[in-house]
Design a protein around this ligand. Structure first.
Ligand code: NAD
Ligand code: USQ
Length: 382
């Protein structure tokens, strides 16, 4: 298949582009390098030293003979997007290209507005581009488990059957997101669902949980192919942050009680889930939702698991309960369905002690790059 990966320079997009290329797909990348600019804005960095996108794809070609074409541009420049779609005529459009950090969206009004314009308008452009130029193209859109929030009932995959006043219907599962970023994903979902209904677009919304790890088989082939890894208080995510904090001897930063429970998955499963979605496309006009995570953990459980793994590596790790900068439930019910991707062949890489120790060792190699002032967050929801 011809597969276009938007956001292909990022944490999920880069390993996905490599994996799809290795599987024999004809891959191209769109990215406007915003993520690298946000590092400059925040005086932060990836824990791993990352090569430029040009160096990355050149190394991939040198090692495998496979070409990945790159387009440096913004989904919100519609003329640019239209030209790429005309040139590539993709069978699948994998859409990772959004501002994805909840804390970044909560810095202030400007960052909230930027996040929603970038994400919601970007996706709307993609929908118009597909309608206008490649109506058969399958949109594979990265959503988030956080669209659902933490309701006191089990979370279904996208839809729920409701009986109300004697009548029944299957309706979108209620959304109660917890940041202006997570809200942007809800707005995207509504726009995509509507485009499927009125124009017959085919789309899969992958409501992904928190991704951990950094390596895939492909990114490990050469240091130039290494994936980015975020640890700072704005872009770093729970488990990866705890592992990196432990590597540098910092307390693990559990916010509040730590009973916040989320879905998690290894980056190796992210790339496989995209392949599964691409190879099993939605029908024309169908808006399909898969919950993309493999296991559920509370953040305190994760911190304890990291603590045990660290001890085996000869490190001591301390868990700190910081005042929670977010407004969220710290003790709650959480149970979410995640059978659809497994039914299509996903075999999860589960979070074992060996996996944790492996990530810890990879992180250890780069621990001197950590900018210590960036480990704690200074963004609050209030
Ligand atoms: P990332 O920030 O590392 O990568 C996103 C990439 O998209 C960056 O390279 C950035 O430069 C690019 N980009 C952003 N806006 C763009 C635009 N308007 N035009 C072109 N390129 C643009 O993020 P990630 O962690 O790889 O996440 C990828 C997607 O997966 C996001 O949509 C995110 O919401 C979703 N997701 C991520 C996680 C996670 O734990 N990382 C979990 C669930 C869902
Ligand atoms: N948390 C801590 N300590 C930390 C960091 C986070 O206790 O140092 C807690 C948060 O308060 C929250 C939970 O861990 O309760 C998850 O936070 P996170 O920063 O790991 O993840 P989140 O902000 O939800 O965002 C990340 C990605 C986002 C994706 C989302 C998936 O950045 O792109 O959409 O995970 S999900 O959480 O399922 O919505």
């Amino acid at each position: 298949m011809n597969i276009l990966v938007a956001g292909g320079d990022g944490f999920c997009g880069w390993p996905t582009a490599l994996y799809l290329s290795k599987q024999g797909h004809d891959v191209s990348i769109i990215d406007n390098m915003f993520r690298r600019k946000w590092d400059e804005e925040l005086h932060s960095n990836s824990l791993t030293p990352i090569a430029t996108l040009e160096e990355r794809v050149a190394k991939w070609k040198e090692l495998t003979g496979k070409e990945i074409r790159t387009y440096d541009g913004d989904l919100n420049h519609y003329d640019f997007l239209r030209e790429v779609l005309k040139r590539e005529k993709p069978d699948a459009f994998v859409h990772f290209a959004e501002q994805r950090a909840a804390p970044y969206s909560m810095i202030d009004r400007e960052h909230a507005v930027f996040t929603q314009v970038n994400n919601v308008a970007g996706t709307l452009n993609v929908l118009y581009g597909i309608k206008e130029i490649v109506p058969d193209c399958h949109l594979i859109k990265l959503g988030t488990m956080g669209e659902y929030g933490t309701p006191n009932i089990p979370i279904e995959e996208g839809y729920i059957e409701i009986e109300h006043k004697g009548r029944k219907d299957v309706l979108p599962f209620p959304k109660q997101p917890g940041s202006f970023y997570h809200l942007s994903k809800v707005h995207d979902s509504h726009n995509i669902m509507f485009a499927c209904k009125i124009w017959g677009v085919r789309a899969t919304d992958l409501n992904q949980g928190v991704v951990y790890g950094l390596h895939t088989d492909e990114t490990e082939l050469d240091p130039v192919l290494v994936n980015r890894l975020d640890y700072d208080g704005i872009f770093g995510t729970a488990l990866n942050r705890f592992i990196i904090q432990t590597a540098i001897g910092h307390d693990m930063t559990v916010y509040g009680k730590g009973g916040q429970t989320r879905g998690f998955l290894n980056i190796k499963d992210t790339v496989r889930c995209i392949e599964i979605a691409a190879e099993n496309p939605a029908d024309q006009g169908e808006f399909r939702v898969f919950n993309q995570f493999t296991e559920e953990f509370s953040v305190l459980d994760l911190a304890k698991m990291v603590q045990n793994a660290a001890e085996k590596e000869g490190l001591s790790a301390n868990i700190a309960h910081l005042e929670n900068p977010r407004v969220e439930l710290e003790e709650h019910f959480f149970q979410a369905e995640n059978t659809k991707l497994r039914d299509l062949g996903l075999e999860p890489n589960l979070l074992t002690e060996d996996v944790l120790r492996g990530i810890l060792r990879s992180v250890f190699d780069h621990k001197d790059r950590v900018i210590k002032e960036n480990v704690l967050t200074n963004v609050t929801w209030k």
